[in-house]
Design a protein around this ligand. Structure first.
Ligand code: DMJ
Length: 672
């Protein structure tokens, strides 16, 4: 400030030479008489008339200007030459891009116009694959969509079909007719601009963060069987339950829970990952035209967060289609009233039309797993929208629970009061229903946030120590390691199928740097979870088992009570098999999953479309179909099956994505 004022007050002295030209001199510099000889003579005369000093100054000036001219030619001229020497192809990469972008090419493909001859869809951007040869382009990072002509492949020999050049041509054609950039379905009347290019930086999906491509890995026969199973399930849903929550495959009807097309939303990213283009497009249309959250309906905060919010966020990331983000924001906002409680521990239920929330009618408690397993989704919503209100609300719950008393070596009770914020029903500890995903989300939030939130890790590690200390036992005769329950100091050898998420979570922790004994425990527990299927007559696990602690003649490790012998098509064991195979490469995990898939096909498949939960896993001749296909069968079970059978570690890379508890992959904020 001071220096500027001083300079204004006394302008700096400038040294200069003035050269005054006479009219004749002016002519010398370009006058009217244009005769060459006259000009030469006249100029020479004038030059002679100048003093020696004046002549020297003019010569110095000319020399100086010549030197400047040469220097600027070498610094500016060369790059210009090389730029103009580039092939026209190279220059076409960024047709309308100013110079800066040549050095720093845009990540997003250029907006495409709809091509009337290619199914009214824009062409794909001509980006070249940059993945090392032989790698598969991960669907989550694809520039091109993952669509494959699945129907053709089912009809022909799978492995040959994908390798044959004819098939390759067909695939090329299919890709040309793809609706839009990365398979995100853009209605022709929408802007030709790719959806995510309209977004602010914070809103961009992970799928457009500058990853390059590699060649697709052909899908194998087991994966084709999963695709076929999915299509069969989808057929039932489409024929009899379209737009409703769940299919009732036997009565060829549907059931409503929230009335929000739960199965359809839960299945979106599975269709993307399986490459089911047609199905995805149809579902996308339903979301665009028919899904309305402005409904006077009570929804469960946890279930709608993990299935609807999680499903929409993950589909947004995979497809890059902003429709899914808009819907995610809508449902996210409508769920927020749940956090308006005296303790800030959310209520279990929200009316998404009225904006009111309440606990269940019989209690003011919420379930611990429910209030601590909505964090991945709300935190991601904050990151995408740039609005921290979602993250603040869920982080507060975690901090509160972190500081609560009533834990037993890191193990939490199953209920928490929304008024007092205290745990209730103290003294009962399980890793099954009502507590399970609390443990899962401790680890996964830590991973999501780039492994910096130490309290989450501390709570997780302490809890696993608590499991080892209080809940682990070995069964007889096979000495299977299992996780039981503790009620007021009494151990019960009861284990929910839900607990089978644990081997996968333990393996994920070990993969992220936790101690090797976590992996050892994971290996032991996944064997147990597999035996919960293998030791049962149908080869399908019941909802709950009791392990034998003492060897008895003619008894297996697993006992099943009549009330527990149903199977709801749950995913947890297949989920853990997927993690175990990813991290060990041991093919036995794939083989175990394959057995399970075959048994689902044998005992739960309904010929007219869909799969059903069953009432009795112990009766192969009559497993007693329940007439209900849970949304997580499509959202989780079949997705994990498909991923388990894949040998492509980049098909949802676990160093880049973390699955929510409903199998919806969300990006890790600071990927490894
Ligand atoms: C799913 O909704 C989720 O995996 C949840 O965490 C537990 N229950 C079902 C699947 O079994």
């Amino acid at each position: 400030m001071y220096a500027a004022t001083a300079a204004a007050a006394s302008p700096p002295r400038r040294d200069f030479i003035s050269v005054t030209l006479s009219p004749e001199e002016a002519v010398c510099a370009g006058g009217y008489n244009n005769s060459k000889a006259w000009r030469r003579r006249s100029c020479w005369r004038k030059w002679k008339q100048l003093s020696r000093l004046q002549r020297s100054i003019i010569l110095v000036l000319i020399a100086f200007l010549t030197v400047c001219g040469v220097i600027s030619y070498t610094t500016v001229g060369e790059p210009w030459k090389s730029l103009t020497n580039k092939s026209s192809d190279e220059l076409k990469i960024e047709p309308d891009t100013p110079g800066l972008k040549l050095a720093n090419p845009a990540v997003l493909p250029a907006p495409q116009k709809a091509d009337a001859n290619a199914g009214d869809y824009p062409e794909l951007s001509p980006q070249k694959p940059k993945w090392p040869h032989g790698w598969r382009n991960p669907s989550n990072l694809q520039i091109k969509p993952p669509w494959r002509d699945v129907r053709l492949q089912i009809q022909h020999d799978v492995s040959r079909a994908v390798e044959e050049p004819v098939q390759a041509n067909k695939q090329e054609k299919t890709e040309k007719s793809v609706i839009s950039w990365r398979g995100a379905v853009i209605e022709p009347d929408q802007s030709s601009e790719p959806p995510s290019s309209k977004l602010k930086e914070s809103e961009k999906p992970s799928s457009v963060e500058g990853e390059s491509q590699k060649d697709p890995v052909p899908i194998n026969e087991r994966q084709m069987t999963v695709i076929e199973a999915f299509r069969h399930a989808w057929k039932g849903y489409k024929d009899f339950a379209w737009g409703h929550d769940e299919l009732k495959p036997l009565s060829k009807s549907y059931s409503e829970w929230f009335g929000l097309g739960l199965t359809l939303i839960d299945a979106l990213d599975t269709m993307w990952i399986l490459g089911l283009k047609e199905e995805f497009e149809e579902a996308r249309k339903w979301i665009a035209n028919d899904l309305a959250f402005d409904k006077n309906v009570d929804v469960n905060l946890f279930e709608s967060t993990i299935r609807i919010l999680g499903g929409l966020l993950s589909t947004y990331h995979l497809s890059g289609d902003s429709l899914f983000l808009e819907k995610a924001k809508d449902i996210g906002n409508r769920l927020m009233p749940a956090f308006k409680t005296p303790s800030k521990v959310p209520y279990s239920d929200v009316n998404i039309g009225r904006g009111t929330a309440h606990p269940p009618r019989w209690t003011s408690d919420s379930t611990v797993a429910e209030v601590t397993s909505i964090q991945l989704e709300f935190r991601e919503l904050s990151r995408l929208t740039g609005d921290d209100k979602y993250q603040k609300a869920v982080d507060e719950v975690m901090k509160h629970v972190h500081n609560l008393s009533g834990k037993n070596d890191g193990l939490v009770p199953m209920f928490i009061n929304t008024n007092s914020g205290q745990f209730t029903h103290l003294g009962v500890y399980t890793l099954g229903a009502r507590a399970d995903s609390y443990y899962e989300y401790l680890l996964k939030q830590w991973i999501q946030g780039g492994k910096t939130e130490n309290e989450l890790l501390e709570d997780y590690v302490r809890a696993i120590e608590g499991v080892k200390k209080h809940l682990l036992q070995r069964s007889q005769p096979k000495k299977l390691t299992f996780v039981g329950e503790l009620a007021h100091g009494h151990f019960s050898a009861k284990m929910d199928h839900l607990v089978c998420f644990l081997p996968g979570t333990l393996a994920l922790g070990a993969h992220n740097g936790l101690t090797a004994d976590h992996m050892k425990l994971a290996e032991a527990l996944i064997e147990t979870c597999y035996q919960m299927y293998a030791q049962v007559e149908t080869g399908l696990s019941p909802e709950i088992v009791h392990f034998n602690l003492h060897a008895q003649k003619g008894h297996r490790d697993v006992e099943i009570k009549p009330a527990d012998r149903h199977n709801l098509l749950r995913p947890e064991t297949v989920e853990s098999l997927f993690y175990m195979y990813r991290f060990t490469g041991n093919k036995k995990y794939q083989d175990w999953g394959w057995e399970i898939l075959q048994n689902f096909n044998k005992y739960t498949r309904v010929p007219t479309g869909g799969y059903t939960s069953i009432n009795n896993v112990q009766n192969p001749s009559n497993p007693e179909p329940r007439d209900k296909m849970e949304s997580f069968f499509l959202g989780e079970t079949l997705k994990y099956m498909f991923l388990l059978f894949s040998d492509d570690i980049d098909l949802i890379n676990l160093d880049k994505y973390v699955f929510n508890t409903e199998a919806h992959p969300l990006p890790i904020w600071v990927p490894a």
